[in-house]
Design a protein around this ligand. Structure first.
Ligand SMILES: [Zn+2]
Length: 321
C-alpha cells in the first residue's frame, strides 16, 4: 500500500464534543419528583459506599494525516494514523488508587478500499477497515468519529478486563464504574455512570434549570430523562468548589434508561456519596474541580503510554518513503 504523510499540524486530534444539541433532546423532568416540586436534593449520609470505584477513560492522538493511494491513477483517499489508549484506575480501600488496565493501540483510519497495516520502526498502525463516506460529511470528521468509536470499544474491553482482574463480577459485584464522558455505547455496562463535564447543551426548561444554579456542594437535581439519539437518566451534581459562577463545579451524571426509576435514583444518591470525594482541588489540576483526580492521573498515565509524537511522526514519514 502506497501512502504519503501530510505536514504536521498541531491541531490534529482536537477533540470533538460528543454531547448533542439540546434542540433535538426530549426531556422528561417528572421522573423522580413532579417538575413543579424540583428543588436541590441533599446527599444521604446513610448511603453505603461501594467496595471499589473504577474510573474508565481513554485518550487519543492523531499522529499524522495521510493520503492512501487506492490504486486508481491520481486517486488518493484521506486517512488518519492515530494512537489511542484506554485504561481503568481502581480506588478501593486496600490498595488505594491503582491502575488495573491500560490498552494502547495504533490504527489507520481511512476511506480507502484496500488499506493494509502501516508498519513503522516505532509501531504498527493496524488497518481498521474502510470508513464509509456519509453524504456531505467531511471525510476527516468521519475518520475522527471512527477513531472515537474504536476508542470507546477499547474502553469497554478495558472495563470488562479490569472488573474480571479485580474479581469484581459483572452481575453481583459491589463496585461502581465511572466513565469519563457520556455513557453512549457503554450504557449496557452494569453499575455504570457517565460523568459529563462540559455543558454545551442545557437540557432543562428554565424553572428546572434554575435549580441547578441553586445547588450547594454535594447537592443534586432530581433525576430526569433525556432522549436524543439514545435515552438515559441524568442529573446535575455540584462538586466542591470555591464560590464562583452559577455553574462552577457542576457536572452532569448519567446512567442507562433501561433501569427502573428507583435504581436510577439509588445511583444518583450513590454518586453524591462517591464522586464528591474524588473532586480534584485547584492546586492539583487546572480543570478542578470537574476533573476527578483519579481520572486526571489515569489520563496522564495513558498519555505517557501513547509514545513520543515526534518520534512516531518521523517513523511514519520513513515508512511512507
Ligand atoms: Zn482496587
Amino acid at each position: 500500500m502506497r501512502f504519503s504523510v501530510d505536514p504536521w499540524d498541531p491541531t490534529y486530534g482536537t477533540s470533538l464534543d460528543a454531547d448533542l444539541g439540546a434542540s433535538s433532546a426530549e426531556v422528561d423532568a417528572d421522573v423522580e419528583v413532579p417538575r413543579a416540586r424540583w428543588r436541590p436534593l441533599e446527599p444521604d449520609p446513610r448511603t453505603a459506599r461501594p467496595e471499589a470505584v473504577l474510573f474508565v477513560d481513554g485518550v487519543r492522538r492523531v499522529d499524522a494525516q495521510v493520503w492512501v493511494d487506492d490504486g486508481q491513477v491520481g486517486a488518493a483517499a484521506p486517512g488518519l494514523c492515530a494512537s489511542y489508549a484506554a485504561g481503568v484506575v481502581c480506588c478501593c480501600p486496600g490498595d488505594g488508587a491503582h491502575l488495573l488496565a491500560a490498552h494502547v493501540k495504533r490504527g489507520l483510519f481511512t476511506t480507502a478500499d484496500d488499506a493494509t497495516d502501516v508498519v513503522t520502526g516505532a509501531g504498527t498502525y493496524s488497518a481498521t477497515g474502510r470508513v464509509a463516506p456519509a453524504g456531505d460529511a467531511p471525510p476527516m470528521q468521519l475518520l475522527s468519529q471512527a477513531l472515537q468509536t474504536r476508542l470507546a470499544e477499547v474502553e469497554l474491553l478495558a472495563a470488562a478486563a479490569a472488573r474480571a482482574e479485580h474479581g469484581l463480577g459483572t452481575d453481583s459485584g459491589d463496585d461502581l464504574l465511572v466513565v469519563d464522558g457520556p455513557l453512549r455505547g457503554r450504557q449496557h455496562l452494569p453499575r455504570a455512570l457517565g460523568f459529563v463535564k462540559s455543558h454545551r447543551s442545557d437540557y432543562l426548561p428554565a424553572p428546572q434549570g434554575a435549580v441547578v444554579a441553586e445547588l450547594r456542594t454535594g447537592q443534586r437535581t432530581p433525576v430526569f430523562r433525556v432522549g436524543t439519539s439514545w435515552e438515559r437518566f441524568t442529573w446535575y451534581l455540584r462538586l466542591p468548589c470555591p464560590p464562583g459562577a452559577p455553574w462552577a463545579g457542576i457536572v452532569r451524571v448519567e446512567c442507562t434508561a433501561e433501569l427502573p426509576v428507583a435504581d436510577a435514583v439509588a445511583l444518583a444518591t450513590l454518586s453524591q456519596a462517591t464522586l464528591v470525594r474524588f473532586a480534584s482541588t485547584e492546586y492539583k489540576d487546572s480543570r478542578a474541580p470537574q476533573n476527578l483526580y483519579p481520572i486526571g492521573g489515569l489520563e496522564r498515565a495513558l498519555r505517557r503510554r501513547l509514545g513520543e509524537p515526534a518520534l512516531l511522526y518521523r517513523a511514519l514519514r520513513r515508512a511512507a518513503a
